[in-house]
Design a protein around this ligand. Structure first.
Ligand SMILES: Nc1ncnc2c1ncn2[C@@H]1O[C@H](COP(=O)(O)OP(=O)(O)OP(=O)(O)O)[C@@H](O)[C@H]1O
Length: 632
């Protein structure tokens, strides 16, 4: 228990009567100002907090109340007796009221405050106790161990499940759902033996028959139970997880009670409120609209289910898991379309030059916009064409391919980026042609001193106007290979005999300079950016409907696989929509935010807001990013 008041005998207590709070605050602010000048850590923040206008307004109101409530003894005041009305009438009676008294009068006369206080008065006077029937008089003496529980039935479910012991025929409370009617009563517990429901003995009945009795009952329901003797103590800590899979209890034949189950989708944040059963946990979906939890399969159960499902699927050999030793296959793949490539050779060279020229023209405020080279994006397209985008994306990276199988729930924590830490990486993701790079470029152009792309690496030789570290980091194939072996690439690919890649170090360089690094990635790179090191905030750029794209992209051009650009065709829009749907279906659990790129301006504003929110507001992030590895 806290002591009533603690005083430090060495310092004189502050007399509220001598100095008012505003004076004290002014004194504290002056002290803190001194600390700000001395550059003491955190002083700036404290100073701005203490200077906040709302704090000063609050103190004013507090002081008015203090002054008003002082003085001659007054009768006991309570909200239920109409505190605001009483103060109002007292204030009215004051002769020559001060400015503060006038302000307080205005505040208390505000209709919203009046309505709030009046609602409080009404509620506090009401009696909400249920009207319970008297206890039965003829209770036999050998029934001391019984508990009579009366619950008032409303349109909520009881929030408990029952089971029948097939050997003895006894009926037991199987589980009490967290936050449900039975749980809130605190009178029914898992393991209690049910003897009667509304006077009907339940011994030997089927659970369905008991449910029928309950369904027919109205008003108060009386349960006679033999309480469980050794009730397990619930000492579990709260656990928050992100669902990596979809779940629907109504198509799960193994769930003990489908009605008590809770459906969830990939990406949902779940608060696990009960893990006492190894197979069936209880959880609430956040943000929570209901206090009542639902049953969900535990990690081990879900793993088992997924493995069964996985074994039931036809076998796909991992033909396109790529390492450097298999790069030749990629060359073969490119050669399939060699005729087209040769036909476009000239266009390729001249368009590449155009591309470079356009990059120079996007040099804003003397800052070069990096990371907009098309080669890496074209590598992706070639691969996508050869393997079928989704197949390539998952098979390329075997760990991410099965990560949802290994981990159907990802433990998460609420994380607020610390102003002194490097910013979170912003990773944009979307189907080719949806406008990922257009949005990224626009964001960086808004403020290139704040936002920046990462300089890619390549094994191609530099051109005369290029500088290493500006357009690209130019490195040898051996150096590139070493970086690949050391997992230094977020993603990489090969185009026309040259390797291109975005490295973790290039991103870290931008972050270390204090800027926000904004890159675009393919789905398979998600695993490389969702790390404690980069703490990526993933934004999915979603295509609008085909009709909307036709309207908004009338004057836009798509870059083809051969570097030339041409106006969008109807089939391009259909492809973008299909690829977007596919991507969302497979990877939505990793998206922190989704922006529909309909109108460019509005999408850009949404992007700016999302990027700021990622740095300034608390977000759910994997617990492993925050917790040292040996604790997880
Ligand atoms: N909302 C929009 N309205 C009109 N045009 C748009 C919009 N978003 C993007 N565009 C245009 O669509 C074209 C393709 O966009 P962008 O180059 O950004 O595609 P991408 O998603 O980066 O795909 P890729 O990497 O394959 O090029 C560009 O000409 C761009 O200006």
């Amino acid at each position: 228990m806290r002591p009533d008041v603690e005083t430090d005998p060495g310092s004189a207590p502050l007399e509220m009567g001598d100095k008012d709070l505003t004076q004290i605050l002014a004194h504290v602010i002056a002290e803190v100002r001194g600390s700000v000048n001395k550059d003491i850590n955190g002083a700036e923040l404290l100073y701005s907090l203490l200077n906040a206008p709302w704090l000063h307004s609050l103190l004013k109101v507090y002081e008015c109340l203090q002054r008003h409530l002082k003085g001659p003894a007054r009768p006991y005041l309570s909200y239920s007796s109409g505190l605001s009305l009483q103060i109002l009438s007292d204030l009215l009676a004051v002769q020559n009221p001060s400015n503060e008294a006038r302000e307080l009068y205005a505040l208390l006369s505000h209709p919203h405050l009046q309505a709030l206080l009046s609602a409080h008065d009404t509620v506090s006077l009401r009696d909400y106790e249920p009207d319970l029937p008297p206890l039965p008089k003829d209770l036999p003496e050998d029934e001391e161990a019984m508990r009579i529980v009366c619950l008032v039935k409303n349109n909520q479910t009881l929030g408990a499940t029952i089971r029948r012991d097939d050997v003895t025929g006894e009926i037991y409370i199987a589980r009490v759902i967290h936050g449900g009617l039975a749980d809130r009563s605190g009178l029914l517990h898992a393991g209690d033996r049910l003897v009667e429901v509304n006077g009907h003995p339940v011994f030997g009945l089927e659970p369905e028959q008991i449910i029928q009795i309950l369904a027919r009952s109205h008003g108060t329901i009386m349960f006679k139970v033999v309480p469980i003797t050794d009730r397990p103590v619930n000492n579990q800590t709260m656990l928050y997880v992100r669902a990596m899979v979809d779940y629907n209890p109504h198509v799960d034949p193994s769930i003990p009670c489908a009605d008590a189950g809770m459906a969830f989708r990939k990406g949902d944040i779940l608060e696990i409120v009960d893990q006492s059963d190894t197979l069936w946990w209880q959880a609430v979906k956040l943000p929570s609209i209901s206090a009542c939890a639902g049953l969900i399969p535990s990690t081990s159960l879900l793993n088992r289910k997924q493995k069964e499902l996985w074994w039931a699927q036809p076998y796909h050999p991992h033909t396109c898991v790529k390492t450097l030793s298999t790069v030749d296959e990629e060359d073969d793949m490119i050669a399939i379309d060699e005729k087209c490539v040769e036909a476009d050779e000239e266009a390729f060279e001249s368009e590449e030059l155009k591309d470079e020229e356009s990059e120079f023209s996007t040099n804003v405020e003397g800052i070069y916009l990096t990371g907009f080279r098309r080669s890496l994006r074209l590598c992706r397209r070639w691969r996508g064409q050869a393997f079928g985008t989704s197949q390539f994306c998952t098979l390329r990276c075997p760990t991410s391919c099965y990560s949802s199988l290994a981990n159907p729930y990802e433990e998460v924590v609420r994380y607020q980026h610390h102003p002194e830490h490097p910013h979170r990486l912003i990773a944009l993701l979307g189907p080719s042609g949806v406008g990922v790079n257009e949005l990224r470029r626009r964001l960086i152009e808004i403020n290139p001193k704040v936002y920046q792309g990462a300089v890619p690496y390549t094994t191609r030789p530099p051109k005369c106007h290029e500088e290493s570290g500006r357009e690209y980091h130019f490195i040898s194939r051996e150096q590139f290979d070493t970086m690949v072996c050391n997992h230094r690439f977020i993603e990489f690919g090969e185009l026309r005999g040259h390797l291109y890649g975005t490295s973790v170090d290039a991103v870290k360089d931008v972050l270390a300079s204090g800027k926000i690094c904004v890159i675009d990635i393919e789905p398979y790179a998600l695993e490389s950016v969702r790390t404690a090191e980069l703490r990526a905030y993933v934004i999915f750029i979603k295509p609008p409907t085909v009709e909307q794209m036709k309207r908004t992209r009338m004057n836009s051009h798509i870059i083809t696989n051969y570097y030339s650009s041409r106006p969008f065709k109807d089939e391009d829009f259909q492809e973008i929509e299909d690829a977007g749907r596919n991507m969302e279906q497979h990877y939505c659990q990793f998206f922190d935010h989704v922006i529909v790129n309909d109108g460019l301006q509005s999408a850009c504003v949404q992007l700016l807001t999302a990027v700021r929110r990622a740095q300034d507001e608390p977000q759910w992030v994997p617990a492993a990013w925050i917790r040292p590895a040996d604790q997880s």
